[in-house]
Write a protein that binds this ligand. Sequence first.
Ligand code: ATP
Ligand code: MG
Length: 205
Amino acid sequence: MTKGKRRIGVMGGTFDPIHYGHLVAAAEAAEEFRLEQVVFVPAGQPPHKRPETVTDARHRFLMTVLATVANDVFVVSRVDIDRPGPSYTVDTLTELQRLYGPETELYFITGADAMSQILQWKDGESLFEMCHFIAATRPGYSLMTFKKALGPVAQKFKDRIHPLQVPALAISSSDIRHRIRQGRSARYLLPDPVWHYIMKNGLYR
Ligand code: ATP
Ligand code: MG
């Protein structure tokens, strides 16, 4: 952490749909690392998902806005949705750094599961030169899992990788989609307006 620079959190994801896991991780990160803002960036085309399995970006963007509207620290960006082609994190970070300027340090917030795969992302290792990483883990999760996956990179960039414990959150978008498809309830796993939006638009049936 460099003194004097403003710190902005970046929460990338498909948000199909956004849920309390994302929101709690973002809120904890903001508090712990004194982030001025957390920018939620819904992916246009997630590089590792088949396009026909992903909900229209218009819906995912609106649900992200509905979920974050009441929090002054949270904002939603369209940079990935408006950029054609697959949404690579390297491009997201480049664009946000350009928008916020050189006096801003970016903190990319990610689940520890995603953190273990970063070296397979486009320009994997160079991402660590572009931003800090906040790796959200559940209590009891061993940090060794992603340290092992990152190998020597974890040691080389240890000042840029920050683990963050997030309280018990076994919530995932895939589980929520699965529940809705089966006619089970998911309404307490995400904010009410998002739940109503899903019902109103018949998503995930
Ligand atoms: P899916 O189940 O479809 O993969 P997801 O719940 O993982 O969806 P994404 O949009 O893929 O949601 O996740 C965006 C980011 O949020 C990723 O970095 C992911 O690791 C993180 N994340 C997802 N769920 C949680 C959670 N419960 N707690 C903390 N971080 C989470
Ligand atoms: Mg995921």
